[in-house]
Design a protein around this ligand. Structure first.
Ligand code: SF4
Length: 320
């Protein structure tokens, strides 16, 4: 797929509840972001930025995508997401339009929405088939507490950017709200979100919570009841998740370790996630994960009854 020294910019497909088998594209080095969310699965942001640059070259991304598709992978969706905020890559518009020339598979973009206040950023992502911005705060105070944004990103600027984009965009707009018990998950929070959500008028609202280990261990997962009450107060239907059928093809026909590390560098993953995302059996995923654990390249984190694996940072430090 790539030579061993080259960064993997295309990963998966990974199982996504919303998008099915999602082939991920990573446009940003770990972890370059305009936010430092308390729930981030990538750990803490070492530095925040709003500077846009071609952090990953369009040609490199497209070559890797073509190579992956040529291997016969058939994803339901190509998802631009990954190790930070993808709209920080100033080549994102060119990359989206080139992907559309290579394949008919729909292109989805996960964004924190912080840069949508800039007209050139809005223009650059208009070609995506699905855009999924985040909106985790309904007040400026919550915004500072939850998203810990770069000083140039204000709550008003962020919300106006998402609203303007929603008015201009003709593709599918799915809004994601991440809720945490005791922070932004109450019925009164939902009622405060409602006018903003109604103004954005997305096709779908996804309310998400901290299922995987977050940056701040004190972040509490919202209960099923809290989630249900939140949807009700928003006046929105809980959208049915896409059923992801696990691929259980047995042994991997390639060295799967770099792909496991790639998956685990973006978010904590279970053995079942690795198996489903990489099209291997759970036994193979478990065996490879244990080898990576023994060599110190992965670390294991327990949350409830689940064990998640996360990539150890290359300088030997563990992510907090
Ligand atoms: S959750 Fe997303 S937006 Fe928030 S800090 Fe992590 S990468 Fe950035």
């Amino acid at each position: 797929m790539t030579d061993s020294n080259q960064e993997l910019l295309v990963y998966g497909p990974v199982p996504s509840r919303r998008l099915g088998r999602s082939l991920g594209i990573d446009l940003i080095p770990l972890k370059l972001c305009s936010y430092d969310c308390i729930y981030c699965q990538l750990g803490k942001s070492s530095s925040k930025t709003v500077t846009r640059r071609p952090y990953r070259k369009a040609d490199d991304v497209l070559h890797q995508l073509e190579a992956r598709l040529a291997q016969g992978v058939s994803p339901d969706c190509i998802t631009i997401a990954g190790s930070g905020e993808p709209t920080l890559n100033s080549d994102i518009g060119k990359i989206i339009s080139q992907i559309k020339k290579i394949t008919p598979v729909p292109v989805a973009l996960l964004t924190n929405g912080s840069l949508l206040s800039e007209p050139e950023v809005r223009d650059s992502v208009m070609g995506a088939d699905i855009v999924i911005p985040s909106l985790d705060a309904c007040t400026p105070e919550q915004f500072l507490t939850i998203n810990r944004p770069h000083r140039l990103v204000t709550f008003d600027k962020m919300t106006e950017g998402i609203i303007t984009f929603a008015d201009e965009y003709t593709g599918k707009l799915w809004l994601e709200i991440f809720i945490m018990e005791g922070i932004n998950a109450s019925v009164s929070d939902a009622l405060a979100f409602k006018p903003l959500v109604d103004r954005i008028s997305p096709d779908v609202v996804y309310v998400n919570t901290a299922v995987r280990p977050p940056a701040d261990p004190s972040v509490k997962q919202a209960s099923e009841k809290t989630m249900a009450d939140f949807y009700t107060a928003l006046g929105r239907q809980r959208h049915m998740d896409v059923t992801f059928e696990k691929a259980m093809s047995g042994r991997a026909d390639r060295d799967i370790k770099p792909e496991i590390l790639q998956l685990a560098s973006r978010r904590p993953v279970t053995v079942a996630d690795m198996a489903a995302g990489l099209g291997i059996s759970e036994n193979t995923a478990k065996r490879e994960a244990e080898t990576l654990l023994d060599s110190g390249l992965l670390q294991a984190l327990k949350k409830g009854s689940c064990v998640y694996f996360r990539k150890t940072l290359t300088d030997g430090k563990k992510q907090s």
